[in-house]
Design a protein around this ligand. Structure first.
Ligand SMILES: Nc1ncnc2c1ncn2[C@@H]1O[C@H](COP(=O)(O)OP(=O)(O)OP(=O)(O)O)[C@@H](O)[C@H]1O
Ligand SMILES: [Mg+2]
Length: 371
């Protein structure tokens, strides 16, 4: 199983490999140089985990999560304790990314993941059966099909529970006893057959603050988690660096050659930050669109603009392509959003267009889109 996964992940045409594969060299280097004490079951010391996520120039480790270093430290500390870690926040704030990075660094495995949906059942969380074997041999460990959580307990690893609040409440309730008792009962295998979690096991859950909310979660379950709110990046330079880096990597991965200027990305990030915050950098109040204007969306817009520039333009991203691609982000299902963005173009962008050629291209492209 492990071997097959590795082989699959090595092939070049897969869209996105796991963090432990993408950053295998960095993880290996960290392991070699790691002198810190490792909690039992952990692949790296807490200090090395921090380095993996926040970067270390001397060791050639890249920064992967931007904007809130203390949050990362608290998250690592939580995972050493008895509580699970619950990452909550607006969509696109890198909750899933952070949970993936943490489990790759701590357990060397980010694949033990439950994707929470309205259709998630207790079987998905505990275990189910291979019915052919069950009928042929009766209940046995061989016939039992373990869930990712079961496997994580058995191996002393982290399990990721994505979008936990999307699961029906009775399914969320299953987690309550699992997390306090740290064992799975398997009555089919005998009266007190159970599987005890090894050290190193813990849960990282993520939940979105839009959509179905955290307030629907029972207080019993909430008590079993330490909550961390992941916020959108506030620092302009940081967000520009992140968008540039991510788009470059994505383009490289896709084998597409496009020139992406920092100034053009800076304009995109300014637009996103101002619309997100409802305030321009000069301090003028704005109406914020309901559409999600996260960093993840900014990356998507920049990437799409780069593809447009490559295939329909001259291979150089300008604010024109950004304006074109912005439409798809803002225009989801809300006519008011369109008016809010139009207003932004008519006032803020218009004013800046007088003094700056990039903003002028942006404004002119916006005019064509929103006549
Ligand atoms: N602070 C940040 N540091 C690094 N990357 C970020 C940050 N914020 C956003 N991103 C970018 O956003 C992308 C998507 O993040 P991710 O899917 O993890 O978000 P999410 O919070 O899980 O969203 P959702 O609630 O929609 O599931 C990341 O791959 C990264 O490119
Ligand atoms: Mg997510």
């Amino acid at each position: 199983m492990q071997e097959k996964q590795t082989r699959d992940e090595l092939s070049a045409d897969i869209l996105r490999s796991s963090a432990e594969h993408r950053h295998a060299h960095e993880l290996a280097r960290l392991r070699e140089t790691d002198t810190g004490a490792r909690p039992e079951g952990w692949h790296l010391s807490p200090r090395a985990v921090r380095r993996f996520i926040l970067g270390d120039e001397a060791l050639g480790i890249t920064r992967k999560f931007y904007g809130d270093d203390p949050l990362v430290e608290r998250a690592i500390v939580t995972l050493m304790g008895h509580q699970g870690l619950m990452l909550v926040g607006e969509p696109g704030t890198a909750k899933s990314l952070l949970s993936e990075l943490l489990s790759a660094a701590i357990s060397g495995d980010s694949a033990l993941t439950i994707q929470g949906t309205a259709g998630t059942t207790e079987d998905h969380i505990k275990y189910s059966w291979n019915y052919a074997l069950l009928l042929a041999e009766g209940p046995s460990r061989r016939a039992l099909v373990p869930s990712p959580l079961y496997r994580a307990m058995e191996a002393g690893k982290l399990v990721r529970f994505e979008e936990i609040t999307r699961c029906p409440p009775e399914v969320q309730d299953v987690m309550i006893s699992l997390m306090s008792e740290k064992q799975v009962m398997v009555p089919e295998l005998g009266d007190d057959a159970r599987m005890h979690a090894r050290r190193g096991f813990n849960v990282i859950a993520t939940a979105n603050l839009r959509d179905r909310g955290v307030h629907d979660m029972s207080s019993a379950l909430k008590r079993r988690f330490n909550f961390e709110t992941v916020r959108p990046i506030a620092d302009h330079a940081f967000e520009v660096e992140l968008v540039m880096g991510q788009v470059r990597r994505d383009l490289e991965g896709a084998g597409v050659q496009v020139e992406v200027e920092r100034d053009v990305v800076a304009l995109l990030v300014t637009t996103f930050q101002e619309l997100r915050a409802g305030r321009t950098r000069e301090g003028t109040a704005l109406k914020t669109p309901d559409a999600v204007m996260s960093t993840a969306e900014a990356v998507n817009v920049a990437y799409a603009a780069a593809l447009e520039a490559r295939h329909f333009g001259d291979g150089r991203v300008t604010p024109r392509e950004l304006a074109n691609q912005l439409q798809g982000v803002v225009l989801k299902d809300n006519a008011d959003d369109l008016r809010r963005v139009q207003h932004y173009f008519d006032t803020v962008v218009h004013e800046r267009a007088r003094r700056d050629r990039h903003w002028k291209i942006f404004r002119d492209a916006g005019r064509a889109l929103w006549p």
